[in-house]
Design a protein around this ligand. Structure first.
Ligand code: NAI
Ligand code: MG
Length: 338
């Protein structure tokens, strides 16, 4: 029952945290057979492309990816690799679970999931300057779009996610009071989808700014949040901050036939090569990947191990206020899962 999957170690701290994750997955007996591929800065230097054809072919073949952070080359003509992957493989749902694991933080009972629409909205990059008089860049103009079909698909995804994961409530987050059409289509289509789940999953609606405030004051009130691209980008970083920051935030980009699992954080050039990066965000992404392929048993064991090392064992990397190295976390986790 081996499952072929593409593995991209990534840039910066990528190789360090990926080594930790694959070591632990091997010890767990995870079913993945890795097809190692490159992307990002390293691939640009060695293969002449930040997203080589071999990598795209592998992803198209396996439909399943574990990905380290990629450094997006700075300069004109380079599009974000992550955005390219999302568009190319129609990875329309970005799923970011947030749960309190580290005790002693500001919030003790956070357990929510942000589901962000990943391919439309204001990130469609339809933007340009407009000239006024002598100044060719006097006005910056940007537009976005949301389709009814996509609003339906992402809200349905959120409700199905709630059903499958035993969650009780879905909150539609919008700004339809101001963006009556652009955000209104999401709200109205969302309500139609929600009606199909009436009696099973509770529907709640929030305006995005009020939602941001409430997330900081009482995040325990939230369960599943579904929203459009820009709002989801911002809110999901906010929720990561509720539970210990980027080192604790996993994410999945999911399409009809494809899924890419990754940490939310970037390549952390400031700490790359020092052996101190927190591998747990990528570890949690790997746990989501195990659940995605039907190995909830291994996913639960890995989650239990992470919980144990953070609470009972008190193993924390520097981003969590501790002194543990990446390797310390790996070794502690190997002990915890046995
Ligand atoms: P970043 O997430 O790499 O780093 C922000 C801060 O968080 C830094 O102080 C870093 O040391 C810390 N940090 C991040 N991950 C950590 C971990 N696992 N353990 C401990 N500390 C951690 O964001 P930044 O600096 O804005 O971006 C660096 C590069 O990463 C850029 O080239 C950016 O384009 C890329 N990036 C890639 C992403 C991806 O591939 N999914 C996501 C975000 C950024
Ligand atoms: Mg973001």
């Amino acid at each position: 029952n081996k499952i072929p999957a593409t593995l991209i170690a990534g840039d910066g701290i990528g190789p360090e945290i990926m080594a930790s994750v694959t070591t632990v997955l091997d010890a767990l007996g995870a079913p993945f057979v890795w097809d190692h591929q490159n992307a990002g800065m390293g691939a640009l230097e060695n293969q002449g492309s930040a997203l080589p054809d071999a990598t795209l072919d592998s992803i198209a073949r396996t439909g399943l990816v574990l990905k380290g952070p990629l450094t997006t080359p700075v300069g004109k003509g380079f599009r974000s690799i992550n955005v390219t992957l999302r568009q190319q493989f129609d990875l329309y749902a970005n799923v970011r679970p947030t749960q309190t694991i580290v005790p002693g933080g500001r919030y003790s009972n956070v357990d929510l999931v942000v589901i962000r629409e990943n391919v439309e909205g204001l990130y469609a990059a339809m933007e340009h300057y407009m000239r006024v008089g002598d100044d060719p860049e006097a006005v910056a103009y940007g537009a976005g779009f949301n389709t009814r079909a996509e609003c339906n698909r992402i809200v349905r995804f959120a409700f199905e996610y709630a059903v499958k994961n035993g969650r009780k409530k879905v909150t539609l987050v919008h700004k339809a009071n101001i963006l009556k059409i652009l955000s209104g289509i999401f709200l109205h289509e969302g309500r139609r989808v929600a009606a199909e789940y009436e009696g099973r999953i509770e529907l709640e609606e929030r305006i995005v700014d009020a939602c941001a405030m409430e997330l900081v004051i009482k995040p325990e009130n939230y369960d599943v949040i579904v929203t459009t691209n820009l709002f989801g980008d911002i809110l999901s970083d906010l929720t990561a901050g509720l539970v210990g920051g980027l080192g604790m935030a996993p994410g999945a980009n999911i399409g009809e036939k494809m899924a890419v699992f990754e940490a939310v954080h970037g390549s952390a050039p400031d700490i790359a090569g020092k052996g101190v990066a927190n591998p747990l965000a990528l570890m949690m992404a790997a746990s989501m990947m195990l659940a995605h392929v039907g190995r909830q048993d291994l996913s639960a064991r890995l989650d239990g191990g992470m919980k144990q090392i953070l609470t009972t064992d008190g193993i924390r990397t520097r981003d969590l206020g501790g002194t543990a190295t990446t390797e310390d976390v790996t070794q502690a986790l190997l002990r915890a899962i046995h």
